[in-house]
Design a protein around this ligand. Structure first.
Ligand code: PGA
Length: 246
């Protein structure tokens, strides 16, 4: 059986004071039977790593460079993330694909760079509302995943995949458990064709996961946990979602 994973994506939120309060709240409310991690803004990685000492909460970042090192002003390498103790890095979040014009290939290259330094990429895929309404959901997520499979080849089994319908992110609209499961099943099948490890791979759902819908989503056979945005900023809500993943 796959162990569930719940990852908080803090996005560009927080401050040293707010983070300390959130992390101490999580410390009081944990531990959980699921694997749990928080993906925090770069400037707070080191301090968060310290705050998480001795806790079973993994540390992650929200992006990494596809390059190894060098003259890439403003970029952060996966070697640096590994150096700071990151276990995970989100790549290909729809906000980066949309606002930073990240292509499927760039996302795949970032995933490869992360794996090269022992950091597990959480690769996000998902369709926009227009794509869903045009009946292109499957084609879009399969195209996004295909680039990663092609680039990582035999290492594809090492990633965590996250299905995040763009129309459900931060909107309060959630895919129904059935809608999400249908896409997760498509993705699992695509992984199955690429690796013998597909049954052991975790596919997270993200998009307005809240304490009151987490249980139903996580009960679906191919949903192995969640990538949580807004609700990850409140210790009580995030803890309740982590509890729902067992
Ligand atoms: P949300 O964000 O939970 O606020 O919808 C999820 C995400 O973007 O990862």
């Amino acid at each position: 059986m796959r162990k569930k994973l719940v990852v908080g994506n803090w996005k560009m939120h927080g401050s040293r004071a707010a983070n300390a309060a959130l992390l101490s709240g999580l410390k009081e409310l944990g531990p959980w039977s699921a694997d749990v991690a928080v993906c925090v803004p770069f400037p707070y990685l080191a301090e968060t790593a310290l705050a998480l000492t001795g806790q079973a909460v993994g540390l992650g970042a929200q992006d990494c460079s596809a390059f190894e090192q060098g003259a890439y002003t403003g970029e952060v390498s996966s070697a640096m993330l590994a150096d700071l103790g990151c276990r995970y890095v989100i790549v290909g979040h729809s906000e980066r694909r949309a606002y930073h014009h990240e292509s499927d290939q760039l996302v795949a290259d970032k995933a490869k760079a992360a794996l090269a330094h022992g950091v597990t990429p959480i690769v996000c895929v998902g369709e926009t509302l227009a794509e869903r309404e045009a009946g292109q959901t499957e084609a879009v997520v399969k195209r996004q995943l295909a680039a990663v499979i092609h680039t990582l080849t035999h290492c594809i089994g090492e990633i965590v995949l996250a299905y995040e319908p763009v129309w459900a992110i931060g909107t309060g609209l959630t895919a129904t458990p059935e809608q999400a499961q249908a896409v997760h099943a498509v993705l699992r099948k695509q992984l199955h064709a690429a690796t013998q490890k597909s049954d052991a791979m975790r596919i997270l759902y993200g998009g307005s996961v809240k304490p009151d819908n987490a249980l139903q989503l996580f009960a679906q056979p191919d949903i192995d946990g969640g990538l949580i945005g807004g609700a990850a900023l409140k210790a009580a809500d995030f803890a309740a979602i982590c509890r729902a993943a067992h």
